[in-house]
Design a protein. Structure first.
Length: 367
């Protein structure tokens, strides 16, 4: 087996694997309903079609907490695996048959690893693969980016970052892509004079506000239970920020002239936020549930306004990730981040549980 590394003049050259026998630190999920642990593991060896990434940043996502809490038997993922499904870094080594990438190039890693053969995958909609494997991708059943190096099984899942800092860009692969997909499906409703309601101004919500600002003329109303999150919402473009209390629905209706919002994006997904979204939505609107709090919305004939569509979205498509990266390159999208060393990954998750993160936490295995 050989790897292609960058030659002095930019040409690929075949050499023996320089990482053979080397180990690295990795933050591993080893048992159901437990906290991940730091372990020494072998540096992966890319084979045909694969790419080894030197990890610059791996985002800490709230869905990771759900994974840690799942009881054994919820799915059939093989344990252990390395955490981290929001990843970016630099190409370190390239397996045979991979073209269009250079060693040292900054790239983002698309996280939803589909089969690549079904009709959805062939048009880039791998988040809705029709032949899903047991694992969902790196950090979700397979080894992710909370390690010094990450093996990406297919080069098609890499999106060049250009001059973007890969540490800063890592959360864009989920915290940017997921709200982008949710916003994009509703853009036809966001005409001048319309209102978009963002419930939950966390890692995804504060990016959703920026996306709405960049992509539509809609008035943006943000709702959160924390005053500091409302300050964040205003700082990134919200026209109005509403505290999530007993008067929230009334203030939202006042902000929309009594009509309700054309688009409601719920980045929490709890019983209370889903109920608020249903009451605050307008006729012919969209109520999109993005958050994974697993709340329920009792449905009946008048549960939502007339012809208000309810949908739950998952992640985003591979072409959409390229569009998110393009927006970031244009300076229209910025993820507020806090950086943590790999040894401090547990602290980052504790801060997420406590709700004290200022934006998105990013683990930096290579500092």
């Amino acid at each position: 087996m050989t790897l292609r590394l960058q030659g002095a003049m930019g040409e690929g050259m075949a050499i023996g694997n320089p990482f053979k026998g080397d180990t690295m630190r990795a933050y591993r999920f080893v048992a159901w309903q437990s906290q991940p642990e730091l372990h020494d593991v072998p540096v992966p060896e890319p084979v045909s079609g694969q790419v080894l990434i030197k990890v610059a940043g791996a985002g800490v996502c709230h869905s990771d907490l759900h994974v840690m809490e799942w009881p054994e038997g919820v799915n059939d993922w093989d344990l252990p695996f390395t955490m981290g499904h929001e990843n970016a870094g630099w190409v370190e080594a390239i397996g045979a048959g991979v073209d269009g990438l250079d060693v040292g190039q900054a790239v983002a890693v698309y996280g939803a690893w589909g089969c690549g053969r079904c009709s959805n995958c062939r048009r880039g909609v791998e988040n809705y693969c029709l032949n899903p494997s047991r694992a969902l991708g790196g950090g979700l059943g397979l080894d992710g980016g909370m390690a010094e190096y990450m093996l990406v099984p297919s080069s098609r899942w890499l999106v060049p970052l250009g001059d973007l800092d890969p540490r800063q860009a890592a959360p864009l692969t989920d915290a940017g892509l997921t709200p982008y997909h949710a916003v994009k499906r509703s853009l036809p409703l966001l005409t001048p004079g319309s209102t978009a309601l963002v419930i939950g101004v966390g890692g995804l919500g504060h990016i959703a506000i920026q996306l709405l600002k960049a992509l539509s003329p809609a008035r943006i109303v943000a709702v959160d239970a924390a005053v500091d999150k409302l300050d964040l919402a205003r700082s990134v473009g919200a026209d109005e920020a509403v505290l999530a209390d007993d008067d929230a629905e009334t203030r939202i209706k006042e902000a929309t002239g009594g009509r309700g919002a054309e688009v409601v994006l719920d980045f929490v997904g709890a019983d209370s936020t889903m109920a608020l979204g249903a009451h605050a939505a307008g006729t012919l609107g969209h109520l999109t549930i993005v958050g994974l709090a697993m709340g329920t919305l009792p449905f009946h004939f008048r549960a939502v306004p007339w012809e208000c569509s309810i949908a739950a979205t998952y992640w985003g498509t591979l072409p959409e990730l390229a569009e998110v990266i393009a927006l970031a390159q244009q300076g229209k999208l910025h993820c507020r981040t806090e950086y943590f060393l790999l040894e401090k990954a547990a602290e980052a998750y504790d801060r997420m549980r406590a709700g004290t993160l200022n934006g998105r936490a990013v683990i930096t295995p290579n500092h």
